[in-house]
Design a protein around this ligand. Sequence first.
Ligand code: GDP
Ligand code: IMO
Ligand code: MG
Length: 427
Amino acid sequence: MPSVVLIGAQWGDEGKGKVTDVLAEKADIVVRYQGGNNAGHTVVVGEEEFKLHLIPSGILYPDKTCIIGNGVVIDPAVLLEELEYLAARGINTNNLRISLRAHIIMPYHKKLDEVIEESKGDAKIGTTKRGIGPAYMDKAARVGIRFVDLLDRDEFSLLLDRNLKEKNNLLAKVYAADGFNKDTIMKEYMGYADLLRKYAADTSIIIYDALKAGKNVLFEGAQGTLLDLDHGTYPYVTSSHPIAGAACVGAGLGPTEITKVLGIIKAYTTRVGEGPFPTELLDETGLHLRDKGHEYGTTTGRPRRCGWFDAVIARYTVRVSGLTSMAVTKLDVLTGMDTLKICTGYRRGNEIIRDFPASLKTLAGCEPVYEEMPGWHDDITSAKAFADLPAAAQNYLNRLSELAGTPISIIGVGTRRTQTIIMDSLF
Ligand code: GDP
Ligand code: IMO
Ligand code: MG
């Protein structure tokens, strides 16, 4: 019953979609367990590119069960759009199951995401404005609306009444913004309920039964460690838990069921949105990485900030998510650079910091300590095995693994499914 949790090891966009797609070949079930359509996971199969926001990347295989777990927040309009987008491209989505316990993103969540961000001025988080934070706020405040409630007209109406009373007041009095009309939302959301009802399930049972039957389950994380609500660069984080532990909570499963944890990590570092980023390159090299790596947000199209590989972050992720191995992606993007830098620690005054600090003030005062390694110039995009890589690329990877303290099981050398070196397929 191998079950593998796949997580983002940096600030998101590490290539989780691609690696999920590669590993899904051997999985029976693929599960999303946190986040929502703030995620943007890209999968390239042949000449075709798919961008997924809510549906697990396993959906591209016709025979896999794909689950949206209880820990995900669902915007039903976006989910239906995604279902249509896949159907239009000939992808069968009948094997999708949605947890009855997942929370629903409402129109007022999206509005609140906007006005809260605006009201913060310079202190804004740079959210995706998809209503993610406000939806998780309501979940924690115990006033959220779940998928099971959406499917029950009377319950939905009651919860909507209560919520609108509070949200319209908040929008008008605190943010001087327009409120929402109940009838309009009822009509819209009851339409969504009709269309989504057939996917509803108690998904924890499906996963549990599959594991007991010896099937392979892959958990597809969204975002990344440093966007984790507890372990990330708070408050510049998302409102869910991208670390591996959240797979248990967000799928309804005990920790004893998890056998492996794979951290997806770029061969360099990127971040989209505000907040500290010690190895950020604000020079030509940063622009080169953005350009060569096509570093623009999958969800919002915003340019991603780019910098060198940060081994402090890698070690941190290994610890807080218990990585058993990592997948290093986008190695090909580094081809052609004479020298590569790896951050091994942070210098703050006379002190060298080796563990990722809690305080953003401390982090802001940190200078990365770099070691340099020679780069390579040979094209690596058709490499099929570790031995096919130039010696300098092998040395670079070996050093990343040594500094992170975990082995590398997968290497990405291009966007396509086939441009992947698999040393250990995990299942
Ligand atoms: P995710 O959010 O972690 O799934 O990552 P995104 O899909 O948002 O961003 C990763 C981007 O890098 C996508 O455009 C992928 O197609 C691309 N990508 C993934 N792995 C590789 C790789 O090994 N090499 C290259 N060149 N691109 C990759
Ligand atoms: P994937 O799964 C990169 C960032 C936003 C912002 C912060 C909070 O594709 O890796 P939110 O809308 O979640 O309240 O925004 O988190 N963010 C991501 N950055 N990849 C993602 O997902 C992200 N999801 C959210 O840019 O800084
Ligand atoms: Mg992404």
